[in-house]
Design a protein around this ligand. Sequence first.
Ligand code: HXC
Length: 255
Amino acid sequence: MSETTIETRDHIGIIRLNRPDKLNALNTTLMTQVIEALEQFDRDNNIRCMLLAGDQRAFAAGADINEMADATMIEMHHRNMFGRWDRIKKIRKPIVAAVSGYALGGGCELMMCCDIVVASETARFGQPEVNLAIIPGAGGTQRLTRAIGKARAMDLILTGRMITADEALAMGLVSRVVPAEQWFDAALQLCQELCEKAPMALQAGKDAVNSAFETTLTEGIEVEKKLFYMLFATDDQTEGMRAFVEKRKPVFVGR
Ligand code: HXC
């Protein structure tokens, strides 16, 4: 059975989590489908960005607790359920997350793997794993700390409390909060805007920003410089600057 719905609209690859009766809890099948769809869209030359969404009640309420409840340490080790999550980091095109309702535990971690988050004013975020006597396991302790700083990450991870969309915005966990009824359309519109940009510039921008988390400042600036120079090998750079000079709208072709 499909735990996701996958579609394309123009140059946007849309992946929707589809376990509404379980608040889109992330079981193995669902995560496999999400990651394979992201990789497929990343390879598809027609696709320029991706949209990852749940439904109105939940983006995802975490990893599927039923799948883990009876597991032993050795089983968890062999299952290596987070091994496949590392593949999300390798996706080069931008991923926009559209979040309404709960983004908890693995749901919040999946959201943090995305590049821009559009949140409904109803969204609720948290890392409640401590209430199950575990900790986040798909990057939450690392990505949340980098996103909002140690003091706030400790507060959320050690108490397991949920925060509102406005708190998440103030903390820098999300960059846009929209009225409840616009949560999906606003994210789709953002994707449409991204599709009008030069694809190589989007990918280079994503790559350069992500380098900030992996390198020293000096190394990161080197990465940025190389990517900047690289873009001068693209037809789109020529078109972008020529269109500016000629006072017209550029048309980018992704070369
Ligand atoms: C499996 C889940 C689930 C989850 C909800 N459901 N969250 N099933 N795993 N993470 C199921 C419920 O069992 C229920 O199924 C249905 O979804 C609706 O949930 P309710 O609890 O009835 O809804 P509500 O009362 O509105 O409460 C919503 C909620 C609560 C506050 C979000 O469901 C909740 O606390 N969920 C667990 C959140 C959590 O602890 N997440 C972290 C998981 S660990 P039935 O069949 O009874 O109707 C994790 C580790 C990350 O994420 C590791 C990396 C991936």
